[in-house]
Design a protein around this ligand. Structure first.
Ligand SMILES: Nc1ncnc2c1ncn2[C@@H]1O[C@H](COP(=O)(O)OP(=O)(O)OP(=O)(O)O)[C@@H](O)[C@H]1O
Ligand SMILES: O=C(O)C1=C[C@@H](O)[C@@H](O)[C@H](O)C1
Ligand SMILES: [Mg+2]
Length: 188
């Protein structure tokens, strides 16, 4: 039987999860800069590899195809890379395989925000660019928001991003991760 050696905390990918528009892409980029690490946005990486935008992929290939591509890429990144900052798409973490590899190999930060704040501040910014929001009533989007919370609840650490500027949220993540490294892996 083969035994996998656990990845040292300092080498684990830092993975940002949360609802669409929570700021995973924006904040992930800042965290990467602050820690001098490479940043990978899973949505952008899918777009780059497949030469089409996510809305185009949804329209031409369907959501099920997108989810498969998304899952395979995340499983590959989690099992074959270290020291990265990974921002997932908002729906990726709903897939069990994605949760499993992220929790096993990375350090997962949940960017949490309230429904009321999201609806007022973030929805207007993203409503035209996220295919999952297309043709949905506000009530249906609210249902989706709350349905997804039980998956997001499976994380290592949470940052409440309501009212926080992206820089402030990134600083909180960096502070929290450095504290974790120092407490659990001193003298490295
Ligand atoms: N802390 C913040 N304060 C104000 N605006 C923000 C903040 N974080 C993100 N935004 C804005 O909200 C919008 C969505 O942000 P972003 O694309 O980073 O979200 P996301 O979580 O990556 O979404 P998705 O799940 O769809 O990939 C952008 O217009 C971004 O500029
Ligand atoms: O929340 C979602 O289901 C999505 C969020 C985006 O990041 C993209 O991954 C895509 O638009 C789907
Ligand atoms: Mg994003």
């Amino acid at each position: 039987m083969s035994r996998q050696t656990a990845i040292p905390l300092r080498e684990r990918n830092i993975i940002l999860i949360g609802f669409m528009g929570a700021g995973k892409t924006t904040i992930g980029q800042l965290v990467a800069k602050k820690l001098y690490r490479d940043f990978i946005d899973v949505d952008a990486e899918i777009e780059r590899r497949h030469g089409m935008s996510i809305p185009e992929m949804f329209a031409q290939k369907g959501e099920a195809y997108f989810r498969q591509v998304e899952r395979e890429l995340i499983v590959d990144l989690c099992t074959n890379t270290r020291l990265k900052i990974l921002s997932l798409g908002g729906g990726a973490y709903l897939q069990e395989d994605v949760r499993r590899v992220c929790l096993a190999h990375g350090i997962v930060f949940f960017l949490d925000l309230s429904w009321d704040y999201w609806k007022e501040e973030r929805l207007p910014l993203i409503v035209d660019s996220r295919p999952v929001l297309k043709n949905k009533t506000l009530e249906e989007v609210e249902q989706l928001f709350f349905q997804r919370q039980s998956a997001y609840a499976l994380h290592h650490s949470r940052v409440i991003v309501n009212e926080l500027e992206a820089e402030q949220a990134a600083d909180q993540i960096v502070e929290s991760i450095k504290w974790t490294w120092d407490v659990y892996e001193p003298n490295r």
